[in-house]
Design a protein around this ligand. Structure first.
Ligand SMILES: [Zn+2]
Length: 164
């Protein structure tokens, strides 16, 4: 192969890499700028419904709380449950990790956070392990969570209303 040919191949590969880089950047930019895709919203609503049906079956009530999608949660945590001083409970899902973790959020995080909400409702919150007591774990399983463990190094229960 001549030097010219090698140079040409090198340029083509570099250009291809650049195109892929720009496409990825643009796709992330679009995702961050816009509301989450319809199919994500539908999947979240469907999972919430499933959790509420399990709640009815195992606890005899359906305690529905607002699920808020936000990019204001610091760090890489998937979700947060907050309890305001007025007793209002809200679940926040982290939009920043949603693009790469939507499946995990659907199968694990919604039931996980709802288990915190249920314990607030029945006044059984226990701050041991940042709210991840044995009762919390059982509640998470009963709500249909696929993996009812505390997130590693994360504090996802916040005892105040969040400003977003
Ligand atoms: Zn938790």
């Amino acid at each position: 192969m001549t030097l010219k040919k090698i140079q040409f191949i090198f340029i083509v590969i570099s250009l291809l890499a650049l195109v892929i880089l720009i496409r990825n950047w643009y796709s992330t930019y679009n995702f961050n700028k816009n509301p989450i895709p319809q199919k994500y919203q539908e999947a979240i609503a469907k999972e919430e419904q499933r959790v509420l049906v399990n709640m009815q079956k195992n606890f005899g009530f359906q305690y529905k709380v607002p699920i808020i999608i936000t990019d204001k949660i610091p760090g890489k945590i998937y979700g947060v449950t907050s309890l305001g001083q007025d007793g209002s409970v809200k679940i926040y899902l982290n939009k920043k990790v949603m693009k790469e973790s939507i499946e995990y959020i659907i199968s694990n995080v919604i039931a996980h956070e709802y288990a915190h909400a249920v314990l607030f409702k029945i006044h059984a919150y226990n701050n041991k392990n940042d709210g991840h007591s044995k009762l919390w774990q059982n509640t998470c399983v009963k709500l249909g969570g696929a993996k009812c463990e505390q997130y590693v190094n994360s504090h996802d229960v916040i005892m105040k209303k969040l400003p977003f």
